[in-house]
Design a binder for this molecule. Structure first.
Ligand code: FAD
Length: 493
């Protein structure tokens, strides 16, 4: 039986805010502990809600970032790791047990915006407040709370541009706060505690994630390094080249933002300071900040939607005549569709846990339009394989791709994967990197090897149907089939 703590306890409940700088709930915990001569108890709880939001790639990331957070807490507290207290349990049970064993003075956290997290947090807040425990939540994940951004009529937004204009009219996001200079931690003995390894997050049954670490460094320091590399090196080219997967100019901050290793305020202010310091570069900084706006919009929609993961925002798509084709789905997942830009993207995803935004749009479009496979299948695969798979951005984007989401491109606007490849990867550099069996194809045919003559194919070492697949469906045929399905849905509605 653990002995009760003599010092009053403020619990800092970490979730998707795995950083110590600009963390309002952590700052509140430290302040409370200082004012009450108490200690901070930093906890992470892998409960059913968080578990259900993790896929293989995000589990890999979470294990690494929790370890980095633990080290940062130890450094600031001047103690030896482990300092982060870890549980695999129901969150309410953990707090009840802590209350029984040690008496809790206060509980602080940063808010989440999906329905399951809100229901859990509301329940915990009311239960703890009934026991006279101070309980406060903060905004640590967004620039603006979803309920702060309203149309003139006081309703929520359904279209991005007016949403972002309304955000820009609000006072700018607060300047980010530094990490606390010290954190008073105790040495409490806790019941039912595990450690980070005990969360069993490593990929199973085999470690396919070895390539992730070549691309990313999970943790707060990795996030800050990534931000500075981007601002100092690539932001100047962002507006012109952000759609080019062969150039890699985007920030690649998405997994860091997903886990809250960096706050959107830190990113927003870094871009804003850059714009102030480089008067001719306002356009590129604004373009980048507008992408943070899309992240805000996705959270706004998540907060207001009934069930973003399953229910199309545009009801007429409920009865869309999707095709059930497990073989085509598997070829899409494995990067064997026969469309080079799609296969490059799907293989980049598998090897690095990441895919460029333009390529996400192309692979998504081919899945839901040319192959007529339900967007929920794409969502599920991305949820499992993306290191940035996020409860807001992923379902929001898949609904957008499926034509049934908020401010979505109409379903009948169908990307041509050949023209997209030629436009955004003109020399085929991206395809050559990820589809090495096409590395020697001339640029003219790299996005449509089926149009090359037998002589050209032979010279490039390509045996279509053997060394590289024939396309799953003709570009034109797929487009016509998708348009026919769309008409069927409209007729049935
Ligand atoms: P940058 O261009 O540097 O943008 C900066 C930040 O803005 C990103 O890190 C991200 O947080 C946000 N952002 C950028 N583009 C978008 C966008 N279109 N929608 C919402 N936020 C955006 N993003 C995720 O973070 N998680 C997901 O699970 C996810 N799933 C997607 C699924 C599909 C089908 C599509 C088309 C897009 C998805 N996106 C997702 C959005 C976008 O592709 C990624 O955020 C972006 O590619 C991340 O790269 P970056 O950090 O270099 O972006």
């Amino acid at each position: 039986m653990p002995s009760a703590s003599a010092a009053p306890i403020a619990i800092m409940w970490f979730r998707n805010d795995l950083r110590i700088a600009d963390n309002p709930a952590l700052n509140a915990s430290v302040k409370w502990a200082q004012q009450n001569n108490g200690i901070v108890l930093p906890v992470f709880i892998l409960d059913r809600v968080i578990d259900a939001q993790l896929g293989g790639a995000t589990r890999w990331w979470l294990e690494k970032t929790l370890t980095r957070l633990d080290e940062s807490l130890a450094t600031v507290a001047g103690k030896k790791a482990p300092c982060l207290r870890v549980f695999r349990s129901d969150a309410r049970d953990v707090f009840n047990q802590l209350q029984t064993d040690h008496k809790i003075g206060a509980l602080f956290w940063n808010r989440l915006y999906d329905k399951a997290s809100i229901a859990r947090d509301t329940d915990i807040k009311s239960s703890l407040r009934d026991q006279n425990i101070e309980c406060e939540s903060f905004n640590g994940q967004l620039l603006y709370e979803p309920w702060e951004v309203k149309t003139g009529a006081g309703t929520d937004f359904k279209v991005f541009s007016p949403f972002w204009r309304a955000c820009l009219k609000l006072p700018p996001p607060a300047e980010p706060k530094k990490a606390p200079e010290s954190i008073p931690l105790g040495d409490l003995q806790l019941s039912d505690e595990t450690d980070i390894a005990g969360l069993d997050l490593s990929p199973k049954p085999f470690d396919w994630a070895t390539g992730f670490a070549d691309r990313f460094t999970p943790g707060e320091q990795g996030a800050m390094d990534q931000l500075h590399d981007f601002i100092d090196g690539r932001l100047s080219d962002y507006a012109d080249l952000r759609d080019r997967p062969d150039h890699r100019v985007t920030s690649e901050l998405s997994p860091h933002l997903r886990f809250g290793e960096i706050s959107p305020r830190q990113v927003w202010h870094a871009a804003n300071h850059y714009a102030d310091a480089h008067p001719g570069q306002g356009k590129t900084a604004s373009k980048f900040m507008a992408e943070l706006g899309w992240r805000e919009f996705a959270h706004h929609i998540l907060f207001h939607a009934r069930d973003l993961k399953s229910v199309p925002l545009q009801g007429q798509f409920t009865d869309f005549p999707w095709d059930d084709d497990p073989k085509a789905l598997e070829r899409w997942q494995r990067g064997q569709t026969g469309f080079p830009i799609v296969d490059a993207g799907m293989r980049e995803l598998w090897h690095t846990g990441y895919m460029h935004n333009r390529v996400r749009m192309i692979v998504g479009s081919v899945l839901v339009k040319h192959l007529l496979i339900h967007w929920r299948e794409g969502l599920a695969w991305f949820d499992d394989t993306l290191v940035d798979a996020c409860p807001a951005n992923n379902p929001f984007s898949w609904q957008w791709i499926g034509g049934c989401g908020a401010d979505a491109a109409p379903y009948f606007r169908i990307f041509n994967p050949v023209l997209q490849g030629e436009k955004f990867d003109p020399d085929g550099r991206y395809v050559r990197q990820w589809v090495p069996e096409l590395a020697d194809m001339p640029a003219q045919y790299i996005h449509k090897p089926w149009e090359a003559s037998p002589l050209i194919l032979k010279a490039a070492g390509v045996d279509l149907g053997q060394s590289y697949p024939e396309p799953l469906i003709g570009v034109k045929e797929g487009r016509e089939r998708a348009l026919a399905a769309y008409q069927d849905m409209k007729r049935a509605a």
